[in-house]
Design a protein around this ligand. Structure first.
Ligand code: SAM
Length: 210
């Protein structure tokens, strides 16, 4: 199977230019996320891609650091931030877990459209939990592909072939209920959740470290 960094490096330029598929859902969850952030917060976004969301949220916090396994994604993110006046925003190329382990006492950790791409979600959630201050927030949006319609489920069956050909990344499939349970099992209390969009469900969760 193609290595994640290689797959996402190749995808970076196209990813940067692709329009957001459901702008209403994106705007809604961005606003909900903003409502939890304070201007003194130190936050980490893992799997930040080309930094589009980071650029929109950085003004709402004190320090915003984005990491991503793909050096090409981070190159694009850095070029975008160079065109802004956001001195509190920085990016670094890291696998998700390395990116978390370097931090502690964080006010929030965010991961958008990332967790289903990781091989070990429970250990990532445990590492996020350890990096947060008591009461700190995990804010995520994750496609729960096991709850999608038959067409998407059919496409999912082609993923192993796509992976063999280097055309698909590693992807995990789980239901909304299974996803919620993973987050609670890592020591979080879910304070807000919803599916935005509803189908296939992209599960938006704000969870507080207990
Ligand atoms: C679907 S994109 C989402 C990007 C961005 N968060 C967004 O919502 O637009 C997934 C991102 O996760 C990154 N990624 C995949 N596996 C990763 C890993 N193990 N550690 C860190 N980042 C990873 C990819 O490089 C890619 O930028």
């Amino acid at each position: 199977m193609i290595h994640s960094a290689t797959f996402w490096d190749k995808a970076a330029a196209k990813y940067a230019n692709d329009p957001i598929k459901d702008m209403a859902s994106y705007t809604y969850t961005l606003e909900r996320t903003r409502s939890y952030l304070r201007d003194s917060d130190t936050v980490l976004e893992i799997g930040c891609g080309t930094g589009s969301t980071a650029l929109l949220l950085a003004e709402s916090v004190g320090t915003y650091h984005g990491t991503d396994i793909s050096g090409e994604m981070i190159k694009i993110a850095r070029s975008k931030v160079a065109e802004t006046s956001l001195p509190n925003l920085s990016f670094e190329a890291h696998p998700a877990l390395d990116g978390i382990h370097e931090h502690d006492g964080l006010d929030a950790v965010m991961a958008f459209n990332l967790l289903h791409l990781l091989e070990n979600i429970p250990s990532t959630l445990n590492a996020i939990h350890a990096a947060l201050r008591p009461g700190g927030l995990l804010i995520t949006k994750t496609p729960c592909l096991a709850d999608s319609n038959w067409k998407i489920k059919l496409l999912l069956k082609l993923i192993p072939l796509g992976q063999l050909l280097g055309k698909a990344p590693f992807v995990q499939s789980f239901t909304v209920a299974e996803y919620d349970r993973m987050i609670e099992a890592a020591g979080f209390e879910i304070v807000e959740s919803g599916n935005h969009p509803v189908s296939p469900p992209a599960r938006y969760i704000v969870a507080r470290k207990i």
